[in-house]
Write a protein that binds this ligand. Structure first.
Ligand SMILES: Nc1ncnc2c1ncn2[C@@H]1O[C@H](COP(=O)(O)OP(=O)(O)OP(=O)(O)O)[C@@H](O)[C@H]1O
Ligand SMILES: [Mg+2]
Length: 672
């Protein structure tokens, strides 16, 4: 597929999914009996556009199925009535279309046959929309379609075309990511400039002015670039009513879902990944929370349960609450949570389930744990609140943008760390402690909080703490701790992209931030501090005095994020690191720095790529035996073969990239 084709396919996918979401909203309204003529028009427009675009891209299955759906809608228009029971087959159609659009190889013939059958039933009995009743929700007075004035509001409005001037311009996500990469480079180079120019007082007023002007523009550029990555929560909540409807039908519950704050903006990478966790919380609420209509009546509640998804912006974070008015936790669980200190810990424990039987939907006891780890992997948190008989509310705190994380920086044993600002309640000075259950604690406004050395919490080595040391009051997962360090350095806004997937595997860390002076701060997951568990990765504090003994590694990579990530992984593993942006740059570095003992290189780079670089090293007189590791997104056997043929010693695919494997490979090649 050419680059242009790939870009077009990406744009088509995004647009089609959006249109299918709109269709689902319209079809749910049809099923509930409150659709108007505008809904039929919108359904038509959406399916017609999908059909046309699929045809142009040669996606014949999608085109054929969209065409069949269009035929049914045409029949509805002719019949002058939209029977609610037609909604179900059309909803199945949008589901099949969605999976085809997103790449699943699903056969469409069954869905087409399904639609054709529904269509002939329609032409056979146009005057009796109440017949069939497949949907279980079919008020007999379906409004005439295609007649009367279009509805001004209601579900149809969701499908209305955007106003002129607001027309969205679709840009492939990779281009925006590249833009953010460049902004990250610029910010780092700005930090280095400031550092090498010395303090503010050293500059001439003219130069200070010029720099300040540049800073303003840079900050605006950064905000704009980040803004391009955000989308309103509505982009995913539109699909939720359908999921809730299905589970309610299956389990015989009556449920009404409301969504508040759907215009709250979130990073689109986060949004895409948020759908499944959110759907799971809703499914939990319907299955475990909401009682059957009869049971609710006995408890003096209305037959139908209320389910709410609510989003509230909180600075650089967004709080998403999923709340139900069901039975909540049992008194025994409430008691257990009191004993163990956190309801979240009890319910999110892997394997914990109160489901009576194991089904597709519940019983494994892994759902809440997965949602909890998901929130943590983004630098957020999850908290469960519930009272017996009074429903449950799950509070998810997530960063607005992955690119932007506000952290509080602190120092311990000469290493710099950052922790998401949202998790820090305050900073206190520790002068003396009390003892709580044999462990040091401090009374903060009447509550005894545990006190611990941050180095011990992180499993890092550090000299003893001073007599008067600052501590961060960190709160996460329903627990609080005072984490003591050597010094608090202040707030810092870091530009980090896609921390989650790349850092998967490094227990306890969200990623790394590059500071103005070029130092790296490891970003600590708040839960690691409050849980007090040691982590897998050992952090060796840089030894300022002694000579460098570990072999020096050259990281060659054109992506800023990946480069700095690899640097932080290798440095945390105890290796000094220098970097280069491409092969040509790397050859220059190797020529001037005889200490370089190993090269870790990307494959696709401008100027001189990874293969050419490897060949050039092998052809050089002096350093021809320098070990080379190729890290790349191209993981095929053939690529691997080409890499080895060029003279690489190891080949690590980015998609199964894990930092322990990289460190192990480095160790094998330059063994310390
Ligand atoms: N909204 C809710 N109301 C009441 N209890 C709930 C609610 N959500 C979760 N729970 C409780 O938390 C437990 C754990 O939920 P979790 O999603 O981890 O597991 P599960 O739903 O039982 O199984 P699965 O992993 O297959 O989803 C549930 O078994 C239930 O006891
Ligand atoms: Mg579950």
């Amino acid at each position: 597929m050419s680059e242009l084709d790939a870009e077009l396919a990406d744009i088509f996918r995004q647009e089609a999914v959006e249109r299918l979401d709109q269709m689902d909203v319209g079809l749910l309204a049809v099923e509930a009996g409150d659709a108007g003529a505008a809904d039929l028009d919108a359904l038509f427009r959406n399916v017609h556009t999908i059909k046309g675009a699929a045809g142009m891209l040669g996606l014949d299955d999608i085109r054929a199925l969209a065409h069949a759906a269009e035929d049914i809608l045409a029949a509805v228009r002719t019949a002058g009535t939209f029977p609610p029971q037609l909604a179900a087959p059309l909803l199945r159609t949008t589901a099949v279309l969605r999976s085809c659009v997103t790449g699943a190889q699903e056969p469409v013939s069954e869905a087409i046959a399904d639609l054709t059958a529904a269509g002939s039933a329609l032409s056979a009995a146009p005057a009796d929309p109440a017949s069939g009743g497949a949907s279980g929700a079919s008020p007999p007075d379906a409004p005439p379609a295609g007649a009367g004035p279009p509805a001004a509001d209601g579900p149809g409005a969701a499908a209305a075309a955007p106003k002129a001037g607001e027309r969205p311009l679709r840009v492939p996500a990779q281009k925006i990511d590249r833009l953010l990469d460049v902004v990250g480079e610029l910010m780092q180079s700005r930090g280095q400039t400031a550092h090498s120019l010395g303090g503010e007082g050293q500059l001439s007023p003219e130069l200070a002015d010029v720099l300040a002007g540049g800073d303003r523009m840079l900050s605006e550029l950064k905000d704009t670039a980040i803004g391009m990555r955000t989308l309103p929560l509505a982009a995913i909540t539109r699909r939720l009513p359908l999921a809730v409807r299905d589970i309610a039908l299956e389990t015989g519950k009556e449920v009404e879902l409301t969504v508040a704050g759907a215009d709250t903006e979130l990073d689109r990478v986060i949004l895409e990944s948020l759908h499944d966790p959110l759907a799971h919380l809703l499914s939990n609420a319907v299955i475990h929370g909401i009682e059957s209509p009869a049971e609710r009546e006995r408890a003096g509640k209305p037959r139908g349960g209320q389910l709410e998804v609510r989003a509230v912006p909180r600075g650089s974070l967004v709080e998403i609450v999923v709340a139900d008015d069901g039975r909540g936790i049992s008194p025994e669980v409430a008691e257990q949570a009191r004993r163990e200190g956190s309801l979240t810990d009890v319910l999110a424990r892997p394997g914990y389930s109160t489901a009576a039987e194991l089904t597709d939907r519940a019983g494994r006891g892994v759902g809440l744990d997965a949602v909890n780890s998901y929130a943590r992997s983004l630098g957020g948190s999850l908290e469960v609140r519930s009272e017996p008989g009074h429903g449950m509310a799950i509070h998810l705190l997530l960063p607005v943008a992955l690119a932007q994380l506000e952290v509080l920086l602190f120092e311990r044993g000469q290493a710099v760390y950052g922790v998401p600002l949202g998790a820090v309640e305050e900073v206190v000075l520790i002068t003396g402690t009390i003892t709580l259950e044999g462990r040091p604690a401090l009374d903060i406004r009447g509550q005894a909080l545990p006190v611990a050395d941050v180095a011990a919490l992180l499993g890092a080595e550090a000299p003893p703490l001073g007599a008067r040391s600052p501590a961060l009051l960190v709160s996460a997962g329903g627990r609080r701790v005072l984490a003591v360090c050597d010094a608090v350095l202040g707030e810092h806004e870091t530009l980090v992209k896609s921390l989650g997937p790349l850092f998967r595997g490094i227990e306890g860390y969200l990623g790394a931030a590059i500071l103005g002076d070029g130092r790296i701060a490891l970003l600590v997951e708040p839960l690691v501090l409050t849980r007090g568990t040691a982590h897998a990765l050992r952090v060796s504090a840089p030894d300022a005095a002694g000579p460098v003994v570990a072999p020096k590694v050259l990281v060659v990579e054109d992506s800023f994020t990946v480069r700095e990530l690899q640097r932080s992984i290798l440095e945390a593993g105890g290796y000094p690191v220098v970097t280069a942006r491409d092969g040509r740059d790397a050859l220059g570095v190797i020529g001037t720095d005889p200490e370089i003992a190993l090269v870790v290189t990307d494959l696709d780079m401008p100027q001189l790529d990874g293969l050419e670089l490897t060949r050039a090293i092998r052809a050089a007189d002096q350093r021809s035996s320098l070990p080379v590791i190729i890290v790349t997104s191209r993981g095929s056997e053939e690529d691997r073969h080409r890499g080895i043929e060029a003279g690489a010693d190891a080949y690590v695919a980015k998609h199964d990239f894990d930092q322990q494997a990289l460190l192990a490979t480095v160790e094998r090649l330059v063994g310390r």
